[in-house]
Design a protein around this ligand. Structure first.
Ligand code: RIB
Ligand code: CA
Length: 296
């Protein structure tokens, strides 16, 4: 039974691999992509999302652009990692269909139309779109089956601030709204994603189909500067959705640092925090095997 999902994303090289895995693996019924500003600006994340659908020949899957900025704060970006086009120069085919705006309204309409709980949201970027859905259409947000979001860090050092992770540091207020919403949520933090690393031998083995070839190209771009390995942050969301038994998930009560210090967006464990499930362990060989199998 394919999992019906909407992917909320800021592609971004690791987002791109996650999306191509979701499309190629046959494990997901991708209802649509919603885009958000994050790694780079909204226009580019939206163009990249449409290009990824073109790689997979999926003109049937819509792209809706969402938030071009965080709820309250100025945007940060990850151009240093993803390049100013978000894909470090990898060229994707032109879109098969025009992207539309209005991601949050589309999310609400889709969630209201489909059976409650039948659609999971796989969130790969800042949570601004999801927070706006909760604010503007709370009845629709309540119909989300499971929100699986890459973000945050518990024990690992941060990659935005000393204890903050990029997606959550991009929009701390959005994280707080999501955690407080009561939506069934599983976070996939750096504690897990930093363990799922790839090297050039692994990447080469993905080649053999057009989607696999593009994925390998994207991963080589991600391994830029001849790094021997890099963490596969966003693909871990799809891998957990597809095979939760390969992850160890802990129940936690979490709050979010909403200050203006270097660790804005950091997760704070406290008894008065919001209840949420957090993936803290992963069977690395098994998830890398699953990821590679998606491109065969
Ligand atoms: O911290 C990693 C996250 O930030 C990933 O989603 C990556 O794409 C960037 O958005
Ligand atoms: Ca991302």
């Amino acid at each position: 039974m394919k999992k019906r999902v909407i992917i909320d994303t800021d592609p971004g090289l690791d987002d791109a691999v996650a999306i191509l895995f979701a499309l190629a693996s046959g494990l997901f019924d991708v209802v649509g992509l919603t885009t958000v500003a994050g790694n780079i600006g909204l226009e580019r994340t939206t163009k990249n999302a449409a290009g990824l659908l073109a790689v997979a020949g999926r003109a049937d899957i819509p792209v809706f652009s969402g938030a071009e900025k965080a709820l309250l704060r100025d945007n940060i970006d990850a151009i240093v990692v993803h390049g100013d086009d978000g894909l470090r120069g990898i060229t994707l085919p032109p879109a098969l269909a025009p992207s539309r705006s209005g991601a949050v309204a589309w999310l609400a309409e889709t969630l209201r139309t489909e059976p409650s709980g039948s659609i999971d949201i796989l969130a790969l970027g800042p949570l601004t779109n999801i927070a706006q859905l909760i604010n503007q259409y709370p009845d629709a947000a309540d119909r989300i089956g499971h929100l699986i979001a890459m973000g945050g860090t518990v024990l690992e050092p941060g990659n935005a601030g000393p204890s903050s992770e990029f997606n959550f540091a991009s929009d701390p207020e959005a994280v707080a709204l999501v955690l407080h919403s009561g939506i069934r949520t599983t976070l996939v933090p750096l504690d897990v994603t930093r363990r799922v690393r790839l090297d050039t031998d692994y990447v080469e083995a993905l080649r053999g189909t057009s989607v696999g070839d593009t994925t390998a190209d994207l991963l080589f771009a991600y391994l830029q500067d001849d790094r021997r390995s890099r963490p596969l942050h966003d693909p871990c969301v799809m891998l957990l959705a597809a095979a939760p038994e390969l992850f160890g998930v802990d129940f936690m009560r979490l709050s979010v640092n909403l200050g203006d210090d270097v660790d804005a967006g950091a997760l704070i464990r406290r008894e008065t925090g919001s209840p949420v499930n957090v993936a803290m362990r992963v069977d690395v060989p098994a998830v890398l095997k699953l990821l590679a199998s998606g491109f065969r």
